[in-house]
Design a protein around this ligand. Structure first.
Ligand code: NAP
Length: 283
C-alpha cells in the first residue's frame, strides 16, 4: 500500500508559519494585501475568489476584490492592472483566468508587475523560474507540488521526474522547479510515444493532463512517488484526478489523493507568495 500524501497537513504547517510571519509584519506596521481581479461571473472564478478571500481573512491578510463586467475591454483591464501596480498598499495581484474572449492573456500578463505577480503569469515570473535574477513567483499549483515534497521530506535531487502535461500553469513551471532541485526532468504531452514506458521509468511522476483516471496500473511500478494535479469529474460527477487511484495506490510508494492532495495546498501557496511580496517591500 502506498503512503497517502494528504494535502491538509501541508496546508496546516504552511498556515502556522504564515500566521507567525503576518503577526510579525503587523507588529512592524505592515499588513500584506492581495488584490483579486475578476472579469465576469464565471462560477469557477467566484468559487476560487471566495476560497482565496477566506484564506486571506483567516490569516489576517488584507484582500480586495476588483470585479469588472464580462464585457470589459482589454485597454480597461490593462488600466486596472496598472492601478494595482501603482498602489503601494497592494503587495500581490491574482488575475482570475481564463479571461473572456477578446482579451489577450499575454497582454494582461505583460501589464502586471512581476513583483506583484503572486500566481506566476508574467514574462518576468517565467524568467525568474528559468533562473534569471528577476523578481517573480512560480505559479501556485506548481509550487504546491514542491511544498508537498518538502513536507514529506522527499528529496528530488538525482531522481528521474516525469511530468505529464506542458501547460504554462503546471507542467512547464514545475519542470523548471524540479530541475532547480536537481531532478532529471522529462516533460510528456499528447504526442509522447509509449507514455506508459516513459512514466514507468520515473522516480517521481507528476500528472497534470486533465484526463479523468487515464493513468492506470500499466503506467506504474513499485517505489514511485506520484503527485496527481488533475482535477476532473467522472461520469457520475465525482471529482477525481488523472491517476486511477484505486488501481495505482497499491503499487506505488506514495501518492496524493484527489480531492485532498495538491489542490488543498494551492491557496496557502498563494498566501505565502503575498506574504513574500510584502516582505520584499518591508526589506
Ligand atoms: P491544459 O492546459 O489543458 O494542459 C494539459 C496538458 O496535458 C497538455 O500539455 C496536453 O498535451 C497534456 N495531455 C492531455 N491529454 C494527454 C494525454 N492523453 N497524454 C499525454 N498528455 C496529455 O491543463 P492545465 O491547466 O495544465 O491543467 C491540468 C490539470 O490540472 C487539469 O485537470 C486542471 O484542472 C488541473 N489543475 C489543478 C490545479 C490544482 O490546484 N490542483 C490547478 C490548476 C490546474 P498537449 O500540450 O500536447 O496538448
Amino acid at each position: 500500500m502506498g503512503q497517502i500524501l494528504q494535502g491538509k497537513p501541508v496546508a496546516l504547517a504552511l498556515s502556522q508559519q504564515l500566521k507567525e510571519r503576518v503577526a510579525d509584519m503587523r507588529r512592524q506596521g505592515k499588513t500584506p494585501r492581495l488584490a483579486i481581479v475578476r472579469l465576469g461571473e464565471a462560477p469557477d472564478d467566484i468559487a476560487y475568489e471566495k476560497s482565496a478571500i477566506k484564506c486571506c481573512r483567516d490569516h489576517e491578510v488584507d484582500v480586495q476584490s476588483i470585479v469588472l463586467p464580462a464585457g470589459t475591454g482589454e485597454e480597461q483591464l490593462l488600466a486596472h492592472l496598472q492601478a494595482v501596480n501603482d498602489d503601494k498598499q497592494t503587495d500581490g495581484c491574482l488575475l482570475l483566468k481564463p479571461l473572456p474572449p477578446g482579451i489577450r492573456e499575454s497582454k494582461a500578463a505583460e501589464a502586471l508587475a512581476p513583483q506583484k505577480d503572486v500566481d506566476g503569469i508574467t514574462p518576468g515570473s517565467l524568467a525568474h523560474l528559468c533562473g534569471l535574477d528577476i523578481a517573480g513567483f512560480p505559479p501556485c499549483t506548481a509550487q504546491a507540488c514542491l511544498e508537498i515534497l518538502d513536507h514529506y521530506q522527499i528529496d528530488a535531487a538525482g531522481k528521474r521526474a516525469v511530468i505529464i502535461g506542458r501547460s504554462l500553469v503546471v507542467g512547464k513551471p514545475l519542470a523548471m522547479l524540479l530541475l532547480a532541485r536537481n531532478a532529471t526532468v522529462t516533460v510528456c504531452h499528447s504526442k509522447t510515444k509509449d507514455l506508459p514506458a516513459v512514466v514507468r521509468e520515473a522516480d517521481i511522476v507528476v500528472a497534470a493532463m486533465g484526463r479523468a483516471r487515464l493513468l492506470g496500473a500499466e503506467y506504474f511500478r513499485p517505489g514511485q512517488i506520484v503527485l496527481d494535479v488533475g482535477i476532473n469529474f467522472d461520469d457520475q460527477g465525482k471529482m477525481c484526478g488523472d491517476v486511477d487511484f484505486a488501481q495505482v495506490e497499491p503499487i506505488v510508494a506514495a501518492i496524493t489523493p484527489v480531492p485532498g492532495g495538491v489542490g488543498a495546498v494551492t491557496n496557502r501557496v498563494l498566501l505565502k507568495h503575498v506574504v513574500d511580496a510584502a516582505q520584499r517591500v518591508l526589506g
